[in-house]
Design a protein around this ligand. Structure first.
Ligand SMILES: [Zn+2]
Length: 451
């Protein structure tokens, strides 16, 4: 780490956060780091204590939960004595949050919370709130996770991030630049990434020479493909962290080849920030169980381990708008085994990704969205793609092609899709210059507009 990085981490940041920001980030950060010296059982006990306290708060102070849980047959919150009991509580969906927004905020927190919004995968904005202490705590948890990947406090970082910065005023831009420079990081928006101007990104990386690059998966993958194709000499950072979109192994390979450095997957979402992160062993992602409860459920709403399930998450620190057993729409496989690195936080074996839109046929065939990235990666003539369904009897493949694309490719693709659809889908091709992103700058593989 550079001299600035070290001074920043040990002196500037603690003073800044305590006296100027009046925040608890630094205190939360040192406590969170200390907890990594505990064993798993100690962490689980700590998690349970935090959960018990939060549940009591919800029962007494958050009108929505008492009703929601009573309807599920809970007479008294003290009935919930373990994580197994906790699983009896009904889940919380995005629709619940939209519909009962005010009832999810305790009277004491009204008007004091920090308000956030997400673009949402369908482009529909989703709003939520959190109290200040929990905002500090989640930043501490993020710094802890990034810390074991050479990307912690003070590390010179370049962010390739999908946020739309287009409408920001000049003054705000200057302020943001100063803020990021203080944090020793540079933000590069990938929202307007244009495949004809990829040199913008490689030049920025070569100029800034970051210790780490933190990026959405797909823009980094595009940059890496460009580097490999054009044989560009590129600065090699100590680590590359990806997040916000599912990372496929073939993408990891291409990125690692381009930068001659390891790619670490992180998993988070705006509602909770960092949920889990890989470590140097790359045996899965360590779950921040001292800050969150992360469960995976099958279709019968039972806990599953070692098989893919729907993720439900509880933020143990957010008392301002508690999200208890919140379904975030992603799927993951929790591992029964610990990691060999010595970090006691348990593991997610695999992030199975956002539940991608399923493609359907008139005879009831369901084609999982995951098929398509695996199919299209086989064709070097396809730069980008999206599968769109607006009618039950057809799909449209939006394809950004390059000169290696052949008509033969098209026949192979048709064959593969026909195999899964039993020939029930008319396949339309639309060759385009680019694929539009969602409002939060994410790339969607499949888009189903069927009702
Ligand atoms: Zn590990």
């Amino acid at each position: 780490m550079s001299i600035y990085g070290n001074i920043y981490k040990s002196i500037i940041f603690p003073l800044y956060s305590k006296y100027i920001k009046k925040s608890q980030v630094n205190q939360e950060y040192s406590q969170a780091k200390k907890r990594l010296s505990w064993n798993k059982q100690q962490l689980e006990e700590f998690q349970w204590q935090r959960l018990e306290k939060l549940l009591a708060h919800c029962w007494t102070n958050v009108p929505f939960y008492k009703k929601h849980w009573q309807q599920a047959g809970i007479k008294n919150i003290e009935e919930i004595k373990s994580l197994a009991d906790f699983a009896k509580l009904p889940v919380l969906t995005k629709q619940h949050v939209n519909e009962y927004y005010d009832e999810l905020i305790p009277a004491s927190a009204k008007g004091k919370n920090i308000k956030k919004a997400t673009g949402g995968s369908t482009g529909q904005p989703f709003k939520f709130e959190l109290d200040e202490l929990s905002n500090d705590a989640r930043q501490a948890i993020m710094w802890r996770g990034y810390g074991w990947l050479h990307a912690g406090l003070g590390a010179k970082s370049l962010f390739l991030w999908g946020d739309n910065l287009g409408k920001t005023s000049t003054l705000r831009k200057i302020k943001e630049n100063l803020y990021h420079r203080f944090y020793h990081r540079k933000m590069v928006s990938t929202f307007d990434m244009n495949l004809d101007h990829m040199d913008i990104y490689t030049e920025k990386i070569n100029q800034y020479k970051p210790e780490t690059i933190v990026s959405y998966v797909n823009p980094l993958y595009e940059v890496a493909k460009y580097i490999n194709r054009e044989k560009i000499s590129i600065h090699s950072p100590k680590s590359l962290l990806t997040g916000a979109e599912p990372l496929y192994e073939y993408q990891r390979k291409v990125i690692e080849q381009a930068f001659q450095s390891k790619v670490y997957n992180t998993y988070g979402c705006r509602e909770f920030m960092l949920i889990a992160a890989e470590c140097e062993k790359q045996q899965g992602l360590h779950i921040n169980i001292d800050h969150l409860v992360v469960e995976t459920l099958n279709e019968q709403h039972e806990h599953v381990i070692a098989e893919a399930g729907d993720i439900v998450i509880t933020d143990l620190m957010n008392y301002g708008m508690p999200l208890i057993r919140y379904v975030n729409g992603d799927r993951a496989t929790i591992s029964p085994s610990p990691c060999s690195c010595g970090n006691p936080l348990p593991m997610i074996e695999k992030i199975n990704g956002r539940k991608l839109d399923v493609i359907k046929t008139a005879n009831g065939q369901m084609i999982p969205g995951e098929l398509f990235p695996h199919l299209f990666k086989e064709f070097s003539g396809i730069t980008k793609f999206q599968v769109k369904q607006t009618q039950l009897d057809s799909i449209t493949l939006l394809i950004v092609k390059n000169d290696q694309f052949t008509e033969q490719n098209q026949l192979v693709i048709n064959d593969e899709i026909n195999r899964y659809s039993k020939g029930e889908l008319q396949i339309n091709y639309k060759f385009v210059d680019d694929i539009p992103l969602t409002k939060s700058g994410k790339y969607r593989v499949t888009v189903s507009e069927l009702k």
